[in-house]
Design a protein around this ligand. Sequence first.
Ligand SMILES: NC(=O)C1=CN([C@@H]2O[C@H](COP(=O)(O)OP(=O)(O)OC[C@H]3O[C@@H](n4cnc5c(N)ncnc54)[C@H](OP(=O)(O)O)[C@@H]3O)[C@@H](O)[C@H]2O)C=CC1
Ligand SMILES: O=C1O[C@H](COP(=O)(O)O)[C@@H](O)[C@H](O)[C@H]1O
Length: 490
Amino acid sequence: MSEPLPASCDLMLFGALGNLARKKLFPALYQLDRAGLLAENSRILAIARRDLSLEEMRAGLIENLKAAVADDEFDPELAASFAARVDYQLLDFTDTAAFSELNSWRNSENHLIVYMATPPAMYGEIARNLKDQSCCTARTRVVVEKPIGHDLASSKVINDALAEVYDESQLFRIDHYLGKETVQNLIALRFANNLFASQWDQNHISHVEITVAESTGIDGRWGYFDKAGQVRDMIQNHLLQLLCLIAMDPPADLSADSIRDEKVKILKALKRITPDMMGQYVVRGQYAAGASNGKVVPGYLEEDGADKASLTETFVALKVEIDNWRWSGVPFYIRTGKRMPEKMAQIIIHFKPAPHYIFDPDQKHLANNKLIIRLQPDEGMALKILTKEHGLDKGMRLRQGPLELTFSETFGAERIPDAYERLLWEVMRGSQYLFVRRDEVEHAWRWVDQIIQNWHDLGEPPKRYAAGTWGPVASIALITRDGRSWYEDV
Ligand SMILES: NC(=O)C1=CN([C@@H]2O[C@H](COP(=O)(O)OP(=O)(O)OC[C@H]3O[C@@H](n4cnc5c(N)ncnc54)[C@H](OP(=O)(O)O)[C@@H]3O)[C@@H](O)[C@H]2O)C=CC1
Ligand SMILES: O=C1O[C@H](COP(=O)(O)O)[C@@H](O)[C@H](O)[C@H]1O
């Protein structure tokens, strides 16, 4: 059964000439249009402070789409008809009176969506200005980007400012990992398959690994990244969201609040990492010059605009423990970094071995099942199981092989939509289940803040690793110390 088309909407896009809008939002809206998922009367108002005519803005938009979408997905006629949905408003977001001009664009029949693709410090001001000039109603949906603040205190300031104007039910806080098709599949995998649901706890699982690696560096975003670092940029949001989806209890239903309630319980149960635990539980790194995809690449401190004395981390590995019944004694090893050997995100569930082992003692290390969940690229899953080696002379020698599910092979080469397509579609439908609630953001900051504070107090610089490698050697030690290793598909 396909989902009904959402009603027509008016989308006001603040920051429409920025990096996110160019790279992700307009291409996603174009793809929705291409798939026939934008209602006929839906319109977009691009809002920015560059003095451009409507024709110039539309021409730039089409050029950008041409560069951003795959060649076989770019249709000049469709791009032109998509661009015709887009109007342009020159506006400084701090100019309260000027917001009144937005009202003349509004079509009151359409549902209003406000998308703030701007620095987060602007969210409160934009919200207040929209309210002052009566640009929105109690039905307006408001989309805000991560990161919400740079710590718990600043996130509260932003969330309070938004809450002065909007009810929580109107707020759609983006974590684009939740829009990835395979991340949503974690919910299907866990709660639609009793085979896994019944094995998903400390009785059956020994440990879990989560790796989100990028081969690129900071992509010209020094100004933003150096103030954030990998723990704020990736751990506080994407990695903790993945961890929650793996660790949470079954929600009562698929409603936004049922799922978010369960995620919050996990965030509250994360064991605090105290200063004395830092050496064993946390590794932070910064990339030095090295090679990426066969090319020599500069180190972090040699990137454009770099402050040569920066101590900002581009890699983090953590051992995370969850203090609850389900996960007692089951560590989650998580790592994420820039300038790793490849772009890859995967989760490995390591099941415990059978209680009594009767095979060749030399093969005991093989004897545990693993579930490998590939989020990107090559989306799919593999369950590593043990079978007997073929052959008369092999006795009962074991070997491990995969039960493999590669989505593109099994379900056809259907295009996997980008996360932003899914998220924009859900906003248009008014469904919040893929968006982050205020308390999730705040519990995540509370946990991450103590790690950042410990770094600050201990004053240790990040460990260097060569670009194109899997991070500092200490990140290997973090897991081998427990008699385990990061999973490698050999
Ligand atoms: N880019 C990305 O890949 C990702 C971005 N995000 C988040 O998305 C948001 C936007 O990021 P990004 O697009 O990279 O940032 P950019 O700086 O590229 O875009 C922000 C835009 O806001 C505009 N702006 C800022 N202040 C004003 C103002 N007073 N009046 C009018 N326009 C203003 C800027 O205009 P001007 O150019 O004139 O300064 C700029 O075009 C941020 O919250 C970021 O953290 C989240 C995930 C990924
Ligand atoms: O939010 C962010 O995510 C991207 C990585 O996203 P992906 O979908 O390409 O895996 C990261 O590069 C960026 O620094 C961060 O802000």
